[in-house]
Write a protein of this length. Structure first.
Length: 456
């Protein structure tokens, strides 16, 4: 049984997203004759599901329980794993995910976990399960790359696992795990690459994968699109979740040609990087059904962009949005306030850039995640230690340079300005999200604790 625990604090409104990593693992295990199930609690409130979880574990008593522990679900993950061990003591628990990879020793010492998988898990998990089932000696476990476990109270970390170079060799992910969500929202998610060649200082994905992108072939991506449209004929759009979908122009153009040749009628959107975009590729994308490109702009200040290693110019941001406007492709402007070196002027530069582009943005406040360069800085400045993750505090905001109230004000100011002037701004929705919803009695205390109180 695979599981992902509830977010310790979920502020988003989009609950269409589902964990593709577990879908890949489910497909790989079923190919190797393992029966799999899913316990997806991402958008649940722990209090609402705890008894159902207990009943499900007690009823099914899985041989293995695989959980992806994230920094922002680690508290509920611990509660979940305690229930698993309580009602099914013989179940072997295997933990993976970004948080586990960077803090595996902490997980093994403080969570009821038998094994941790570090990094990419498809090959590692099959080898680990086969070794457990065949009751291999401890010497064999030490030869499995990419795991860590305890033996005689000592933590043993094995040699790192090499990245999977041929992603086409993996079976298509088991979207069936999430068929109810897909049918409810008529949206499917796909991942056509892993990693990113850039190394932004705040990004846990870059820290996890390293500065190395490995891509699936256009033919393999098209194969999954065909499968999904046949499997879920009512889907209305595909969302490509790659960190940088438009990195290899030839691959994207080849995919677009396949879509057009097949006369496939499907809308899709993707995450993109402004420096990868040009008129040729956007023309192909438009004809092949692309309706939106979501840009991780981060900041409108060249100083901040340079500071975080973004390796883009403000002029490239402006150019990318203008090209999308020309081809009538919708854009989204993702931004962050509180990046290292931020001040009131640089925060305002983000607002003014979005205003100039007539696009709305509501900046997130920078969160500190293990493994990132920002995490190193936060530790260096005394903001956090590794022990923090054993507390019940939420993922901390980066307050090494500015207090929460100031970051919150910069974020609100930018959202206010850009929603007021954007061509497709949602000013009334912005006020509802940022003010009315925040002072709702059901939300006020947690919002106060998150954004105002010194106690994270």
């Amino acid at each position: 049984m695979f599981a992902i625990a509830p977010w310790d604090m979920w502020e988003g409104e989009d609950d269409t997203l589902y964990p593709l990593g577990l879908a890949y693992l489910g497909a790989v295990l079923e190919k190797n004759n393992y029966k799999t199930d899913i316990l997806n609690l991402t958008y649940s409130k722990w209090e609402d599901v705890v008894e159902k979880v207990r009943e499900k574990i007690e009823r099914e008593k899985p041989d293995f329980f695989g959980i992806s522990i994230l920094s922002n679900s680690r508290i509920s993950a611990l509660k979940l794993l305690k229930i698993v061990k309580e009602v099914s003591p013989k179940t072997i628990i295997i933990a993976g995910g970004v948080h586990t990879t960077f803090l595996y020793d902490q997980i093994l010492n403080n969570y009821p976990v038998d094994f941790t998988i570090l990094g990419e898990a498809e090959i590692t998990l099959v080898e680990l399960l086969d070794s457990i089932n065949n009751k291999k000696p401890i010497s064999k476990f030490k030869k499995i790359k990419g795991i860590a476990f305890k033996h005689n109270e000592e933590i043993i970390k094995t040699e790192p696992r090499e990245r999977i170079r041929d992603l086409d060799s993996l079976p298509l992910p088991k979207h069936d795990f999430f068929k109810n969500t897909i049918r409810k929202f008529n949206t499917v998610y796909m991942l056509t690459s892993r990693g990113c060649p850039f190394g932004c200082s705040f990004c846990p994905s870059s820290a996890y994968w390293g500065r190395c992108m490995i891509q699936r072939s256009a033919k393999n991506v098209f194969k999954e699109m065909k499968y999904l449209i046949k499997k879920f004929p009512n889907i209305e759009q595909i969302y490509f979740m790659d960190d940088e979908f438009i990195c290899n122009n030839k691959r994207i153009i080849d995919l677009c040609k396949m879509i057009l040749k097949d006369k496939m009628k499907i809308k899709w959107k993707c995450l993109g990087r402004v420096s990868s975009l040009n008129e040729e590729i956007l023309g192909w994308m438009k004809r092949a059904g692309c309706i939106e490109v979501i840009f991780g702009v981060e900041s409108g200040s060249q100083h901040i962009l340079d500071n975080i290693g973004k390796k883009v110019k403000v002029s490239q941001i402006i150019n990318a949005f203008k090209i999308c406007e020309k081809y009538k492709i919708k854009t989204a402007f993702l931004s962050i306030v509180g990046l290292p070196g931020e001040n009131s002027k640089s925060a305002m530069e983000t607002a003014l850039l979005a205003k100039k582009l007539r696009v709305a943005t509501e900046p997130a406040i920078l969160i500190v995640f293990p493994g990132t360069e920002v995490y190193r800085l936060a530790k260096e400045k005394g903001l956090i230690t590794d022990d923090y993750w054993l507390s019940e505090g939420l993922c901390p905001l980066y307050t090494a340079e500015h207090p929460k109230w100031k970051l919150l004000w910069w974020s609100f100011r930018t959202g206010f300005i850009t929603n007021l002037y954007a061509d497709e701004g949602d000013f009334s929705g912005f006020i509802k999200r940022k003010l009315i919803n925040k002072i709702n009695p059901n939300n006020f205390l947690r919002i106060f604790k998150r954004y105002v109180s010194d106690k994270t």
